[in-house]
Design a protein around this ligand. Structure first.
Ligand SMILES: NC(=O)c1ccc[n+]([C@@H]2O[C@H](COP(=O)([O-])OP(=O)(O)OC[C@H]3O[C@@H](n4cnc5c(N)ncnc54)[C@H](OP(=O)(O)O)[C@@H]3O)[C@@H](O)[C@H]2O)c1
Length: 310
């Protein structure tokens, strides 16, 4: 059964707990193949597509919905705003609407560095104005990669609270993200996880792999499914991806099994003993690394220029 979370702005549409993103794995350069994979995603029962102005995949996202034959009302689309000039915001948002074939369900500010320094609040108010004047009819507003002070800057002016906050999230970031997770919770902001599969795909070794394998065996799924299930059972939207049709078709199975309280806790405890961030470019600077329990591992970041693909 599809799991979806209620947003804090009274939106009628809930946000589906698993999203397929087309910003990684080369999907931003695959044109019509990306649109066709998006269609496969929707047909398989994953009804949340994650795109961004910066990925150049908004048009393909709109085409995926069209090709699926599904009603736009049944699909949830997230996009992210990346243009910077304040006088360009309305025009740029209109481009997003045109490419998607209508307003997104959720529009995030892609990073706190999209607005000019010190102007996050002002920027937020312009987006609120576009919701109020009907340009972004039915769109929830949100943020991405914001540190605590950036969230406070928005909250100090917001008439419409951010509905969602997308950031790199997985068990190996729980310790560092705690102050942000607390703020999200305090304001009723849904946390969205990108890079949720990092502990199995990108971290070498670590205590989680054998735990995930053991739990996966018990539920007759793979470790990736266990991590995605852990994410959504933790109350966080999992924004994952794949170019592989079989894997895409398998994502919906994550809705169909449940981790016990003990399994949830075992993953969380192992996660909190390690600090490891893969996408260091958005939140790395100035955000303190956490105190870890005795014997904890403070993972070395992979410098951005050594990563193959974003
Ligand atoms: N807001 C931001 O700043 C930001 C930053 C980064 C990403 N994002 C969004 O988040 C989306 C997902 O990010 P991500 O790619 O880092 O997510 P992820 O879920 O950590 O990794 C996705 C990768 O996992 C592989 N995979 C999927 N299922 C698997 C399985 N069962 N076993 C083994 N490998 C599996 C896929 O490879 P195959 O193709 O080979 O299946 C895919 O390349 C992006 O596309 C984008 O939309 C947002």
């Amino acid at each position: 059964m599809v799991i979806a979370f209620q947003l804090n702005d009274g939106s009628k549409k809930k946000i589906p707990a698993i999203a397929w993103g087309n910003g990684t794995g080369g999907l931003s350069k695959m044109g019509q193949q990306t649109a066709d994979l998006g269609r496969t995603v929707l047909e398989s029962g994953i009804l949340h597509l994650d795109t961004a102005q910066g990925y150049g995949t908004e048009a393909e996202t709109g085409q995926a919905v069209e090709r699926s034959g599904l009603s736009r009302d049944d699909v949830f689309i997230t996009s992210k705003y990346v243009k910077t000039k304040p006088e360009d915001i309305k025009r740029s948002v209109q481009t997003t609407i045109d490419k998607l074939g209508g307003p997104p369900d959720l529009l995030l500010i892609h990073t706190p560095y999209v607005p000019e320094k010190g102007k996050i609040g002002q920027f937020w108010q312009v987006l609120e104005g576009l919701v109020q004047d009907g340009t972004l009819k039915g769109t929830s507003l949100g943020i991405s990669n914001f540190q605590p002070e950036h969230i406070e800057e928005v909250m100090s002016v917001a008439k419409i609270k951010p509905a969602a906050h997308q950031l790199e999230f997985h068990p190996y970031l729980l310790a560092q993200l705690q102050p942000i997770l607390d703020l999200n919770k305090q304001h009723g902001i849904i946390t969205e996880a990108y890079g949720p599969l990092t502990p199995v795909l990108r971290h070498k070794g670590g205590p989680l792999k054998p735990i995930l394998e053991k739990i996966a065996k018990k539920h007759n799924v793979d470790s990736a499914a266990v991590l995605l299930r852990w994410t959504i059972q933790f109350g966080v939207v999992a924004v994952t991806s794949s170019k592989n049709e079989d894997r895409i078709k398998g994502f919906k199975d994550v809705y169909d099994f449940e981790l016990s309280e003990e399994e949830m806790k075992e993953i969380e405890t192992a996660g909190r003993s390690v600090h490891y961030r893969y996408y260091d470019e958005h939140m790395g600077d100035g955000f303190p690394t956490p105190e870890l329990p005795d014997g904890g591992e403070n993972g070395k970041r992979v410098p951005t220029h050594l990563k193959k693909d974003e």
